[in-house]
Structures are given as structure tokens and as C-alpha cells.
Ligand binder design. Structure first.
Ligand SMILES: [Zn+2]
Ligand SMILES: [Zn+2]
Length: 329
């Protein structure tokens, strides 16, 4: 493990993983803003991550792109780098770094549960595991997303003169909600906030089933009766959401487990749908990886570190500065 430091920097080859500041070589696990930044000299990532970075930051957001397929090996001096699916959002990857027979995995953000909008998480056996811990407390037990979507569909049936506005992070979560609705046979057009349009078009171009969608435009209030609108969580708070008829505010996030949080945000219909692992998924992944050393980052480290120590694993928190969870906004 000593070849990587607490900032996820590999000094020998001058490579950073998900750095916050512009660097010479950056491996980017996925295109969420707290991982993918503008201005690196070289970005190493999957094609979809690079595509989404370009959509969000422009064609020239890095000087050079090295695109890796999942499973494709990339050598830098005596280090071998391979990306594997993380099951978090489209294009998301875990990073396996091998040197002298030591295998180190950085999970990035990940979830084990199935999600049709991206490739499923792949478990990688390793010696050292650096895992995220956004929901690293035993209280977080994410329910089946299909059941959560049913709550939404039932509410739509019951409240025909209302519109449902769902707060969902623009990249990944919004498209997953759309896909889950389609899987539950919801076939009407879904209306989206303008800021989601390019990303939804991209998901569509990648053959992800999100069905028909249209940007919200000013129409008669009554037009939106009975409709579903998806918007980034920040839009729920401002004037934007007030133009709709009897809006029922929903929010799709792992944080909706905490009822208090939903209440504070004025969420009437909380949907516990997360793109991060819950406690059980974190613990299972740690066990199955067979890693002897577990470094915990990006969230609620303490409980998971304690769990690892109880199970005779070497473990400590890694605090990486500047990481905010995208689900909070
Ligand atoms: Zn993320
Ligand atoms: Zn993150």
C-alpha cells in the first residue's frame, strides 16, 4: 500500500486518482463533480466518463485522454492499472493498481445492487482495499428500488390533479429513476429540468432505456397535472418549482433513510434510492475482496474502520479533502 498516499497519489509515476486540483496524470473513476475536475494534463478513464466530462466541462477539459476499456491493462513503468465496473453511474470504474504482486483497489463510489443504467459492480480480490463509506453506518439499509418506485407510481394514481417533482442528482440518479419508472411500466413522457437535457440525451445515445422525455417549458399550469418532473435537488427550493400545479415534492436519495432530513427539506415523498453501497454492501465487499488492509474514505469512516478492526483487519480512515457527497447538494 505504501506506493499510494492518503491523497490517492502514486508518487513513483506521478499519478493521482480523482484529484481536486489540476494534475499531470489523473485517473478519474467517474464523472461526478467531486471526482472529475477540469484542467488535468492527462485523464485516464473509461470512454463514457471522458464523454460526460466533455459534455459538462467542454471538449478541452483535459489536454490528453487515455481511454481504457473495462479490464484493459495499462502499464506505467512497473505499475499496472486496470479499470473495473463500479456499478455507480454510467462509465464509473474501480481502479486496480498492481505492483510487485501487490494488488490495491480503489473502489471510487460504488454500489453492488443491480442498475440497468450502468455495468454491474465487479468484485475484485486484492491485498489492500480503499473503499468509500458514504453510507457507512448500520442504519443505512437501502430497500429494493423497485418498491420505492411503486410508492411513486401509487401516489401518481392517487393524486391525479397534482404533479410530482422528483429531486434527483442530474448525472446518474435522474436517469436511473427514469429507467426504474420504465421497468415499472410507466410509459408517459417524463418532463425534465433543462439542466438534465444533455445528460439524458447522452444516456439515450448509449442505449440506456430511459424512455421518452421532454424539457419543461412554460405551458398552462394544468398541462402538468398528473405528470412527473425530474429536477436537480437545488431547483426544488427556488421559484422554478412553484410554477407547477399542486406539486408533490419527492426526493430520490440514500439520505432519505433519515426522516428528519426529508422533513427539513420539505420532501413529502422520500424515495430511498441510492447509487452508493449501503452498510451491508460495504461489509460484504470488504469480506469478499479478501483484502487484509482496508482504508476507508469519502463518508462515515469510523463505524466501518471499527468493524474491520473487530474482524482482525488492518484498517484506518483516509481523509481526502474537498470531497462532498453528490447526493447532498
Ligand atoms: Zn459519485
Ligand atoms: Zn463521490
Amino acid at each position: 500500500m505504501d506506493f499510494i498516499n492518503h491523497q490517492l497519489f502514486i508518487k513513483d509515476i506521478n499519478v493521482h486518482i480523482d484529484p481536486i486540483l489540476p494534475k499531470k496524470i489523473a485517473i478519474i473513476t467517474h464523472a461526478h463533480a467531486d471526482h472529475a475536475r477540469y484542467g488535468h494534463e492527462e485523464v485516464i478513464a473509461t470512454k463514457q466518463t471522458v464523454d460526460i466530462m466533455k459534455i459538462r466541462y467542454g471538449e478541452n477539459c483535459a489536454k490528453k485522454y487515455t481511454i481504457l476499456r473495462y479490464g484493459q491493462k495499462h502499464k506505467i513503468k512497473d505499475y499496472q492499472i486496470t479499470l473495473y465496473p463500479a456499478g455507480h453511474i454510467l462509465g464509473s470504474a474501480q481502479v486496480l493498481i498492481e505492483k510487485n504482486n501487490h494488488r490495491l483497489v480503489v473502489t471510487g463510489d460504488y454500489k453492488v445492487g443491480r442498475d440497468e443504467t450502468c455495468k454491474n459492480f465487479e468484485l475484485i480480490k486484492c491485498d489492500t482495499l480503499i473503499t468509500e463509506a458514504t453510507f457507512g453506518l448500520p442504519i443505512f439499509q437501502h430497500p429494493d428500488p423497485k418498491e420505492e418506485i411503486k410508492k411513486l407510481i401509487n401516489s401518481i394514481k392517487k393524486n391525479k390533479s397534482s404533479c410530482h417533482i422528483i429531486g434527483a442528482y442530474a448525472l446518474g440518479k435522474a436517469q436511473r429513476i427514469m429507467n426504474l419508472l420504465r421497468k415499472n411500466n410507466y410509459s408517459n413522457t417524463i418532463y425534465i429540468h433543462g439542466s438534465l437535457e444533455k445528460l439524458c440525451n447522452y444516456y439515450k445515445s448509449q442505449k440506456i432505456n430511459i424512455g421518452a422525455f421532454e424539457k419543461v417549458v412554460s405551458k398552462d399550469k394544468s398541462f402538468y397535472e398528473g405528470k412527473i418532473i425530474i429536477a436537480p435537488p437545488s431547483a426544488l427550493k427556488d421559484k422554478w418549482s412553484r410554477r407547477f400545479p399542486n406539486p408533490i415534492i419527492c426526493m430520490a436519495s440514500g439520505w432519505m433513510t433519515i426522516k428528519q432530513r426529508a422533513k427539513q427539506r420539505g420532501v413529502e415523498l422520500p424515495l430511498v434510492i441510492s447509487d452508493h453501497s449501503d452498510w451491508n454492501e460495504l461489509v460484504e465487499t470488504i469480506k469478499k475482496s479478501k483484502a487484509k488492509k482496508i482504508l476507508v474514505t469519502h463518508g462515515q469512516e469510523d463505524a466501518l474502520v471499527y468493524y474491520c478492526k473487530q474482524n482482525n483487519l488492518v484498517s484506518k480512515p483516509l481523509s481526502i479533502q474537498g470531497r462532498d457527497d453528490e447526493e447532498i447538494e
